[in-house]
Design a protein around this ligand. Structure first.
Ligand SMILES: [Zn+2]
Length: 296
């Protein structure tokens, strides 16, 4: 199967693309985001890496039609887990948090939590392919990211927020000016996964508190928040935070249209569903993409 067949994408406007692996039909399938800038382009998370993501991006002209346009393309993994990092080896420039550099450089499939079954792959990428042969390939990161680093795309900047807990090197990327937060698996729609190798519940609680603080600090001046009526379900502010985290698994990220998460069922920019500007408050309950949106 060609790369062109393996992936599908949707333009969300303003140089932002949402890419999915069509035939990886699993709850673990991660969102892939492509963000174009005037000086640099960034891919955020790279999927399993079973087919060439760079080839798909090129073939579909996602970086523009101008042959003179030669922006650097940086692939950043929000964390080392296989469903996000498996395609990193396909890129020349790779960024990851410093805490997970060794895992990727060594092809450590324990820390990448590589877990794939044949039944999750609806159509084999090549004849005779079997999931048991799948591994995350070793890749040497060229950009070792730390808290507070800024990835400069030219007309937009992504600030690195270290949000450990789900994994020790989990990061979110925050485009403050455009009120977008690429959360990776720090927050998504569903039960929080804090039991993997190198997960740390206490760190996860701190990261959740920080995310909530981020929203609280911006709600008066931005439209990052939508109807966050369920913010009372904050998982991290209970007197028994670990218990609360387990029993209130949803940060209300799904109510914040500016949050672009690591999973396919969560918030996307409001613009994708109508004419509202990116990050503006949602008025409808339609705020999740599914595969139908890709018009496969
Ligand atoms: Zn993960």
């Amino acid at each position: 199967m060609s790369a062109a067949d393996w992936y599908a994408h949707k333009s969300l406007g303003d140089g932002l693309f949402w890419i999915q692996e069509r035939f990886y039909q699993s709850e673990n399938r991660a969102n892939i985001w492509l963000l174009r800038g005037t000086h640099q382009d960034v891919v955020i998370d790279t999927g399993l890496g079973l087919r060439s993501l760079p080839d798909y991006i090129d073939a579909n002209g996602l970086l523009g039609k101008d042959p003179q346009r030669k922006n650097p393309l940086l692939a950043v993994a929000t964390h080392a887990h296989f469903d996000h990092s498996g395609g990193l080896h396909q890129f020349q420039q790779v960024g990851v948090h410093s805490a997970e550099v060794d895992a990727l450089a060594n092809g450590d499939n324990f820390e990448t939590v590589t877990w794939l079954s044949d039944r999750e792959i609806a159509v084999a990428p090549s004849p005779g392919w079997r999931a048991r042969h799948y591994k995350v390939k070793a890749v040497q990161p060229t950009h070792i990211l730390q808290e507070g680093d800024v990835i400069n795309l030219g007309d937009r900047q992504l600030t690195v927020l270290h949000m450990p807990g789900h994994s020790r090197g989990s990061i979110c990327l925050h485009d403050r000016d455009n009120k977008l937060l690429f959360s990776g698996d720090a927050v998504y729609d569903g039960a929080m996964i804090d039991w993997l190798p190198y997960s740390q519940v206490s760190d996860y609680i701190s990261s959740c508190e920080r995310l909530i603080g981020l929203v609280d600090s911006e709600q008066d001046t931005t439209t990052l928040l939508a109807q966050n009526a369920s913010i009372g379900s904050r998982p991290c502010t209970s007197a028994e935070p670990e218990h609360a985290l387990q029993n209130s698994p949803r940060l209300p990220g799904e109510l914040w249209p500016g949050w672009l998460c690591g999973r396919p069922t969560l918030a996307v920019p409001a613009k994708a569903k109508g004419s509202r500007k990116l990050g503006e408050a949602q008025e409808s309950t339609e705020r999740c993409f599914n595969m139908d949106d890709l018009k496969l």
